[in-house]
Structure formats: structure tokens, C-alpha cells
Write a protein that binds this ligand. Structure first.
Ligand SMILES: [Zn+2]
Length: 118
């Protein structure tokens, strides 16, 4: 897999986790039962997210930031040639090749980054 694609997936997962923590009603509790208070966990997560964003190539970072601002997911899986971000077929040249996740592919229709799982 392309190292930048791995970073994008990691980033998306971290941001999903951040949203979950931000919505967590336990977030502001000070209970000693936590190894790490959710509010602190959120702070650490923000730092990690910034680090990963920093490691993206500038063009990819820009595109990610644009997408992440507008869409729930900036990276979508492709199953049976269909982008699961927008459910439109993605006729990319390398879609049927081995090693297709070695490319940074984007959906022609919704613009999300793509990774192939089928
Ligand atoms: Zn799409």
C-alpha cells in the first residue's frame, strides 16, 4: 500500500475516534477510575492527528483538508468497482491490477481518496 494512503487511513480512523470522544458524555468526568480521562485522551489525539497531517505530502494534505471539511469520510473503500463514498462506479485505469493500492487514487465523481478492498 502507498505510504501516503496508509497515512490517510490512519488519519481518518483517528478523526473518527476524535468525533466519538467529542460526543462522549463521559468526556468531562474527573473520575479516578479512568487510566486516562477522556478529555486528556482527546488532547493526545489532537496532537497525533496534527502529526499525521504534517507527514502528508502538501498536495495530498490540501485535498484531504478540503474533503474532510465537507464530507464525513475523505477516504472511501472500493468494493466491486464501486466507490462506497458516493456509490458510483470508479473506472480507474489500475482498478483491476494487483498493487492498485500502491497508487493514490481518487473517485472521479465525489473526489474521495480510494482504497480497494475487493
Ligand atoms: Zn466516490
Amino acid at each position: 500500500m502507498h505510504p501516503q494512503l496508509e497515512l490517510l487511513l490512519e488519519l481518518q480512523d483517528l478523526q473518527t475516534q476524535r468525533r466519538a470522544l467529542e460526543d462522549d458524555p463521559l468526556r468531562d468526568m474527573e473520575e479516578a477510575v479512568f487510566e486516562l480521562r477522556p478529555a486528556e485522551a482527546l488532547d493526545l489525539l489532537q496532537v497525533k492527528i496534527a502529526e499525521v497531517i504534517d507527514r502528508l505530502e502538501p498536495g495530498i494534505r490540501r485535498r484531504y483538508m478540503d474533503l474532510a471539511g465537507n464530507l464525513d469520510r475523505a477516504v472511501a473503500p472500493v468494493l466491486n468497482g464501486i466507490c462506497y463514498g458516493c456509490f458510483v462506479a470508479t473506472p480507474t485505469a489500475w482498478a483491476s491490477e494487483a498493487g492498485r493500492n500502491d497508487h493514490i487514487g481518487v473517485c472521479d465523481y465525489c473526489g474521495r481518496f480510494l482504497y480497494y478492498v475487493d
